[in-house]
Design a protein around this ligand. Structure first.
Ligand code: AMP
Length: 274
């Protein structure tokens, strides 16, 4: 792949790169379309990265369907689909890992120790193989966007990160490969996550509730309505992901993670407070 890319680079082609874990849905397709519109070539990678899953997480049950993914890649006019075997991309005796030192004490960094080191390590490998001009990430994984922005800046990758809005089902549920692992009953209740996020945004924006009250509102309503267990609820500055000072101003993220019987779903809402 790297040799192929080097050849293309000689012709001055621009490369848009969409890294994914596959089981493609409309969220991924939105990233592919943006990449298609802005670059000469589009590279899609599909890799369920073992480095970013904890020992008790859903690596084995993560949905996979490479044949359907290939069809979608073709329809979306992807030029290169890169789906390496873990053994080909991760050295058996790996001795190097990227260590993310900021923003890992909150949200998914806190509840999934080592997750972002795994993400940053694999992305570094992929960036060095694909050498893209632009890379596309979804806001559904807002902490990932913030951390990858730092990865690119800190390691001086000559890559522009393009952030894409969260694509949702008509009932508001954020599209996710993991949604297929919801039971029928859970699938009916899961859209409440976004309703409740919107309610929290409203209450915080019009100062009906302060931060602590909004957090409690989220915990109470998510617990009562989704039938799942709240993993975290956080209200932070974005993209810094710092606790908010008493003066409520600037870009804010309300982010939640809810555990269902077989999956844990995340969602967020990002807005400006004045
Ligand atoms: P994944 O395959 O879940 O690792 O996601 C690959 C990329 O697609 C990441 O940049 C995600 O943020 C993005 N993505 C996943 N779901 C959505 C969505 N519903 N809307 C927009 N982007 C998404």
């Amino acid at each position: 792949m790297q040799k192929e890319i080097m050849k293309l680079k000689k012709y001055g082609k621009t490369i848009g790169f969409v890294p994914t874990m596959g089981y493609l849905h409309d969220g991924h397709i939105e990233l592919l379309r943006k990449a298609r519109a802005e670059n000469d070539l589009v590279v899609l990678s599909i890799f369920v990265n073992p480095l970013q899953f904890g020992p008790n997480e859903d690596f084995n049950s993560y949905p996979r369907d490479i044949e359907n993914d290939k069809k979608i890649a073709k329809t979306e006019k992807v030029d290169y689909l890169f789906f390496p075997e873990a053994t080909n991309i991760i050295s058996e005796n790996k001795t190097i890992e990227i260590n993310v030192t900021e923003r890992t004490d909150v949200l998914c960094g806190k509840s999934r120790p080592g997750h972002f080191n795994g993400v940053a390590t694999i992305l570094t490998m992929l960036f060095l193989i694909i050498m893209p001009n632009r890379v596309y990430f979804g806001r559904k994984d807002a902490q990932q966007v913030a951390i990858v922005t730092s990865l690119i800046d800190d390691l001086h990758f000559p890559i522009k990160l393009v952030e894409v809005e969260t694509v949702r089902e008509t009932d508001g549920l954020a599209k996710s490969s993991r949604n297929v692992n919801l039971t029928e009953e859970e699938r009916v209740k899961a859209p409440y996550i976004y309703d409740i996020l919107q309610g929290a945004q409203k209450s915080l924006s019009n100062k009906q509730l302060d931060i602590d009250e909004t957090r409690q509102f989220l915990i109470d309503n998510l617990t009562a309505s989704t039938g799942g267990t709240v993993d975290y609820v956080e209200i932070l500055s974005y993209p810094e992901l710092k606790q908010l000072k008493s003066s409520l101003e600037g870009q804010v993220i309300i982010a939640v993670a809810v555990k269902f019987s077989k999956v844990r779903l995340i969602d967020n809402i990002i807005f400006t407070l004045d």
